[in-house]
Design a binder for this molecule. Structure first.
Ligand SMILES: NC(=O)c1ccc[n+]([C@@H]2O[C@H](COP(=O)([O-])OP(=O)(O)OC[C@H]3O[C@@H](n4cnc5c(N)ncnc54)[C@H](OP(=O)(O)O)[C@@H]3O)[C@@H](O)[C@H]2O)c1
Length: 334
């Protein structure tokens, strides 16, 4: 048999005492009915991975393998039609189980959490097909259904921010991109049809209010939370919606009910997993095809570095130092 699956693999774990990441050898999981075993080719470090690592309990660290998305080759299939169809294919995949994530040499996941990838997309880009491209599509869907002609987006110099800017520009929806430093302003400044504001600049509140009023921006997509949201609630036009989709600042949002109710403003939450579930299988497959095309034709996600699984803590430290510089990817056997 060509390249048989070994009995043991390297996988990333969390140290329960200090939260640091390390690798150890564990048994390669066996796919059950409806599942596939994937030999991982590449996996990114995303903010949602870091959030999950922070939340994991000491008991869970015993078996928890992080890594929400990635790309790999299906090397074993459990019973069922879909697993057999995917056998030998290169797929984008997301993890479904706490004890089997993409930050390992192999991952087991339901075949329904995989999507075959065309040859024209590299392993690196394919490993980032699901989380951000699907989220950008979800935001576009929401904005169009609710007739928003202009939106505000925060954490705009990151991978998702750039995708949102490109996708919305294509659909003629204006975007006010909010970043937190001059580096972010430069990164966005190169893109067409986009306005960018630095939230730490003294003129920020005035410019923010002016742009939102002029363009009737009644939707704010926010990944930062905390103090930034506190400051802009009253600056947004009446009847605005703030859609919270991240918690990068890790600071609570504090506001008085009157700040919302007087001008009929709303705060809602967004989680990709729920959106995919609500859409059902057919629409999700259709969206994955669109996400694939978005990556192929419009926005490549920049990669700042690639690390071996064994250097996981170094990889995360570099990523956290400057997220706007690009994703950090993990590969085994570099
Ligand atoms: N809810 C969902 O289902 C869902 C789905 C996809 C993504 N997300 C969220 O979307 C966000 C962006 O993801 P991404 O993949 O685009 O990340 P990314 O490429 O790593 O970029 C993160 C961006 O956020 C900025 N940032 C980090 N901490 C910040 C803070 N405290 N205040 C303001 N800006 C900050 C970074 O700027 P610096 O370079 O200055 O650090 C960088 O530009 C994350 O919060 C992620 O969890 C949520």
């Amino acid at each position: 048999m060509k390249n048989p699956v070994p009995s043991q693999m390297t996988a990333v774990f969390v140290n329960a005492e200090n939260g640091k990441l390390f690798t150890k050898k564990v048994d390669v999981p066996v796919p059950r009915k409806g599942e596939v075993l994937i030999k991982m080719l590449a996996a990114p470090v995303n903010p949602s991975d870091l959030a999950k690592i922070r939340e994991v309990t000491a008991d869970e660290t015993v078996s928890f393998i992080p890594g929400i998305e990635g790309c790999g080759t299906v090397v074993a299939a459990g019973a069922g039609i879909l697993p057999r169809i995917f056998m030998g294919r290169r797929v984008a995949c997301s993890s479904k189980y706490m004890n089997s994530g993409t930050w390992a040499e192999y991952m087991v996941t339901p075949a329904g959490s995989c999507f075959p990838i065309g040859k024209s997309i590299s392993d690196e880009q394919a490993s980032m097909t699901i989380v951000n491209p699907m989220t950008a599509l979800a935001f576009l869907d929401f904005a169009r259904k609710n007739h928003h002609k202009a939106v505000v987006n925060t954490a705009a110099a990151g991978a998702l921010g750039k995708m949102v800017a490109a996708l919305f520009a294509k659909h003629k929806i204006k975007v006010l991109n909010i970043v937190r430093n001059d580096e972010g302003v430069k990164a966005i400044g190169k893109q067409k049809n986009n306005t960018v504001l630095n939230s730490t600049a003294p003129e920020f509140p005035e410019k923010f209010k002016e742009w939102c009023e002029k363009n009737n921006a009644t939707l704010m997509l926010d990944a930062v939370g905390g103090e930034l949201v506190n400051r802009v609630i009253t600056l947004l036009p009446a009847r605005s919606t703030i859609m919270l989709y991240g918690n990068l600042s890790q600071v609570k949002i504090e506001f008085l009910p009157t700040q919302l109710l007087r001008e009929n403003k709303k705060i809602v939450g967004f989680f990709l997993g729920h959106w995919i579930h609500e859409n059902g299988l057919m629409k999700t497959v259709f969206n994955l095809i669109k996400a694939n095309s978005l990556l192929k034709n419009e926005v490549e996600t920049p990669v700042q570095a690639v690390f071996n699984l064994e250097n996981i803590q170094q990889a995360v430290d570099l990523y956290e130092k400057n997220m706007s510089r690009g994703k950090v990817l993990l590969k085994s056997g570099l």
